[in-house]
Design a protein around this ligand. Structure first.
Ligand code: DDH
Length: 287
């Protein structure tokens, strides 16, 4: 029972629900950031903490919590994620028994759900390891590249084409920052609400290469206020990827369902959970 578990010093669903609610409250309170929410950067932090996994070398992933160290946060692909780490610092101060892997992944779950996305099944049980457990640099996707590269990166994590497209739909949220990646601008008109708009815009709008000093990126003909990375636009150039882009553009429920499953899997890559670890679904704070 929960009471027995508590007696044994084991944290229960209710303990983690308190953490969920503390993160959700802080997301609402600390609205003076970027487009008004730390949510997108928390999603990206959860993704980059997890996407270091390689099924070939069987290392990396969120389990060891190595994103807390200078080495991993210093990788080029992780520029800007310190904003997410700092946001979660006060949560860790309040709940010091949390492992960093659990903290970073739960932060992503809260952000997806509280910004209007699907419920993300999540398990606790990541255990902090030393900095030496940090995976090598270069496991995350390069935005200037296209389909072959995207497949190489995500197949190494164990994902298929459908899951790849679903996951990249997270670009409904947030924006590119020149000081982090060199790229600039949001993908959608509502970067703090989780929607299937990334897919709709990719299909419905006409895109041209932006004329500017920065790296090659696309902008929409109509408003010139949105952007696509070469790696995003690649999803409509590739027949197999495009099939899923069209499906998700036309069926928001399907996208939400497939995203929830793939994101939940992403957050668990390489994590060694104890047998019988329960899968939890936290209610949104505004439910
Ligand atoms: Fe991403 N992403 N991402 N992304 N990503 C950036 C921002 C955000 C790529 C490149 C970039 C995923 C896949 C890819 C989010 C979630 C996810 C930025 C801009 C670049 C560049 C960073 C900055 O300047 O601050 C590439 C390439 C890929 C790829 O797959 C080929 C996936 C799978 C996810 C996910 O969450 C499942 C989110 C959210 C952001 C917005 C961050 C923010 O601060 O805002």
């Amino acid at each position: 029972t929960d009471a027995a578990a508590k007696d044994a010093g084991i944290k229960t669903f209710d303990d983690y629900k308190k953490v969920y609610e503390a993160i959700a409250k802080k997301l609402v309170d600390d609205d003076d950031y970027d487009d008004g929410s730390y949510g997108p950067v928390l999603v990206r932090l959860a993704w980059h903490a997890s996407g270091s996994y390689s099924k070939v070398s069987a290392d990396g992933g969120s389990g060891a919590g190595t994103m807390r160290f200078a080495k991993e946060i210093g990788y080029g692909a992780n520029a800007g994620l310190d904003n997410g780490r700092k946001f979660l610092k006060s949560i860790h101060d309040e709940f010091p028994w949390l492992s960093h892997g659990d903290l970073y992944t739960l932060g992503g779950v809260v952000a997806i759900q509280e910004l209007g996305g699907p419920t993300i099944p999540w398990r606790a049980g990541r255990v902090d390891q030393a900095e030496s457990a940090t995976a090598p640099d270069g496991r995350l996707p390069d935005a200037s590249q296209e389909s072959d590269h995207i497949r190489t990166i995500f197949y190494r994590m164990g994902f298929n084409d459908q899951e790849i497209v679903a996951l990249i739909g997270a670009h409904a949220l947030g924006r590119c920052h020149t000081q982090n990646s060199g790229y600039d601008g949001p993908w959608t008109f509502s970067p703090t609400t989780f929607t299937n708009d990334f897919f709709k815009l990719l299909i419905d709008e006409k895109w041209h290469i932006r004329k500017w000093d920065g790296p090659k990126q696309y902008e929409d003909d109509k408003t010139k206020s949105l952007m696509m990375l070469p790696a995003d636009y690649a999803l409509v150039k590739d027949k197999e990827f495009k099939k899923w882009v069209v499906k998700y553009a036309n069926d928001s429920d399907l996208f939400f369902k497939d995203f929830a499953k793939a994101f939940s899997t992403l957050l668990e890559l390489g994590v060694k959970f104890k047998a019988d670890t329960p899968v939890w679904e936290f209610p949104t704070v505004n439910a």
